[in-house]
Design a protein around this ligand. Structure first.
Ligand code: SF4
Length: 301
């Protein structure tokens, strides 16, 4: 394997013999591949999103809501052809789309799998569900394969990104990645049933004490892409639950060792509305529950 330069970490390791920052091996490990009903309505629709969860991650979010599979490689190794067969099976189960969750460290194998599935007749859209901590050069390899980008935009401050995700250059990297995604797919388009068929839907997970961060995220998105009907679509998530290192090192991460308050969420939501973001998805407070975290039990692998 070529020295790995898939993502901005540029580890340049040979992943056949060593692992880099993301801990991922040469072949992706899939921890779960099943219909998922807890994404945004345009992604889950009525029949569910065909979610394929990959192990490993190129961020180290201390609050990771999927720490079981980001910090550990868990699941069944799958090559490109085996992945293609998983996508075709999910389509036959009624999935509205194939939702590739944390695919970044496996971008090249996953791109190959997408081409194989299309060649074998897959009709439903591909969703690239990532952190936006990605290289533009790698994203260009996905042009024409990805139908819907579903990236996080986590931070408007590199200080926060360094403290909570070990990514001190997150803001500029994510800005370039989001602009490339927009160039490829543009505004979110939905079918007559309100289910996404193409475009970009950005997620922001509101953190405790994170209203100012959220405001700057909204300002940046509205400035780059506009906020009206043809502007950015934003999902403002309130499901933050203290997990992962925040639970095991509560003193170190005391600032985020609680849930988001209703007042914090209302302030961030109002700011997004006042900024003119008309395609805005909000979550009820019941979303802040570990019940919304999928079980990584190997289902569907
Ligand atoms: S994908 Fe993994 S190994 Fe490759 S550069 Fe990124 S973090 Fe390093």
């Amino acid at each position: 394997m070529e020295p790995c330069e898939i993502c901005p970490r540029l580890c340049r390791v040979d992943r056949v013999t060593r692992t880099g920052f993301c801990r991922a091996g040469e072949v992706p490990s899939v921890a779960r591949a099943a219909l998922h009903f807890w994404e945004e309505p345009p992604i889950s629709g009525t029949r569910g999103s065909g979610a394929v969860f990959f192990s490993g991650c190129n961020l180290r979010c201390v609050f990771c809501q999927n720490g079981e599979i980001s910090a550990h490689i868990k699941g069944a190794p799958k090559n490109a052809e085996e992945l293609a067969q998983i996508y075709l099976r999910l389509e036959s189960q009624g999935a509205h789309n194939i939702n590739l969750v944390t695919p970044t460290p496996h971008s090249l194998v996953v791109a190959d799998s997408m081409e194989r599935a299309r060649a074998q007749g897959l009709k439903i859209p591909f969703v690239w569900n990532s952190s936006a901590y990605e290289r533009v050069e790698t994203l260009r390899r996905l042009e024409g394969l990805v139908d819907i980008y579903l990236p996080d935009f986590k931070y408007s401050s590199d200080l926060l990104a360094k403290k909570y995700s070990a990514a001190p250059d997150y803001c500029s990297i994510a800005e370039a990645a989001l602009k490339e995604m927009w160039r490829q797919c543009g505004p979110l388009l939905v079918d007559g049933g309100g289910v996404a068929v193409k475009g970009v839907l950005v997620r922001h997970l509101l953190l405790p004490r994170g209203v100012e961060n959220a405001r700057r995220v909204v300002d940046a998105l509205a400035g780059w892409f506009g906020g009206g009907e043809k502007g950015v679509a934003l999902s403002l998530m309130r499901q933050y639950t203290p997990m992962h290192l925040v639970l095991s090192e509560p003193q170190k991460f005391a600032a985020i060792a609680r849930r988001v308050t209703p007042l914090e969420y209302d302030r961030a939501a109002q700011y997004a509305m006042d900024a003119g973001i008309s395609q805005l998805w909000l979550q009820g407070k019941e979303a802040a529950s570990s019940e919304f975290t999928p079980l990584f039990n190997g289902e569907g692998t």
